[in-house]
Design a protein around this ligand. Structure first.
Ligand SMILES: C[S@@+](CC[C@H](N)C(=O)[O-])C[C@H]1O[C@@H](n2cnc3c(N)ncnc32)[C@H](O)[C@@H]1O
Length: 271
């Protein structure tokens, strides 16, 4: 079952019972997800792959809940293991871009608005974020965005065909700053290889982070993927196409340095 199929807990106008500090105005780290022990895990669960996220009951506003109920059926695609037929879903043939972990979807909506000639698939496990992006889709009357509320690793593996994507964006993935949590970081060799396999030659993988140690790790991991080439020497200049989100602005106010990494799928890539 995906997080979004879980009935949303609504704490309208009240603090959530389980505080989600991911986007809180905390003065120091972590501003991101925190690991929690998975209660009552079965032996199956123990065998499961380590995930880059923890979904907790958190605050979902009434507007987000309404958007999930009313707009979800149209814009949220089910994760059922079937390969995505983008032409059927969007009703046209257009370059398909994916954003992984879109948070509240501000950047997704902004980029989709400025590129009506492209289609966008946003992947996010956090239901309030899905509700927030649905609201933006509605406000901006966007036709070129769809959402999957599920683990991006499984979406890439099962819904997206090899060499089908014109680009993948991963903006500010959870850095999991504690050493014992590094294994949860999304940008690892196996994940990068999976993403690269879904890109058409010439397509870009654009990552950004404000966590310097993670930025260095990303640079090493992306640089080691044989089917990708760095578009820059080291970190890239901030591409104008990446909108400034509230999340990023808060980090900048706190003096964090943002690093962009833009890698391109090689024309001669084996897969
Ligand atoms: C730190 S937030 C950044 C959100 C947004 N990109 C931004 O810049 O504001 C990272 C997001 O990635 C999501 N996430 C983490 N791992 C994921 C996965 N495997 N599949 C889908 N979403 C994931 C989290 O739920 C969270 O919303």
């Amino acid at each position: 079952m995906t997080a979004c199929r879980t009935a949303p807990r609504i704490h309208a106008g009240r603090r959530p019972l389980t505080a989600n500090r991911s986007f809180a105005n905390a003065s120091g780290p972590p501003r991101y997800a925190r690991a929690v022990t998975n209660p009552g895990h079965s032996s199956n669960a123990l065998r499961r792959r380590i995930r880059s996220f923890v979904v907790r009951a958190g605050r979902i506003g009434p507007g987000q809940a309404r958007a999930l109920a009313e707009l979800g059926p149209r814009f949220v695609l089910p994760f059922d293991g079937a390969l995505l037929d983008a032409t059927a879903v969007f009703g046209r043939r257009a370059p398909l871009f994916v954003e992984i972990g879109f948070g509240m979807g501000a950047a997704t909506a902004d980029i989709a608005r400025t590129h009506p000639d492209r289609d966008f698939l946003g992947i996010e496990v956090h239901p309030p974020g899905v509700g927030a992006l649905l609201r933006r889709i509605d406000e901006l009357a966007l036709q070129n965005v769809r959402i999957v509320c599920h683990d991006a690793v499984e979406v890439l593996e099962q819904m997206l065909a090899p060499r089908s994507l014109a680009g993948v964006n991963v903006f500010f993935p959870d850095p999991w700053p504690k050493k014992r949590h590094h294994k949860r970081r999304l940008l690892q060799a196996s994940f990068v290889s999976l993403v690269a396999s879904r890109l058409v030659p010439g397509a870009t993988l654009h990552c950004a982070t404000d966590w310097e140690p993670y930025a260095e790790e990303m640079l090493a991991v992306l640089g080691a993927e044989p089917s990708l080439a760095n578009s820059a020497t080291g970190f890239a200049d901030r591409p104008a196409a990446r909108p400034l989100t509230k999340f990023e602005a808060r980090g900048l106010e706190r003096g964090l340095r943002v690093r962009d990494l833009v890698f391109v799928k090689r024309a001669d890539a084996a897969s």
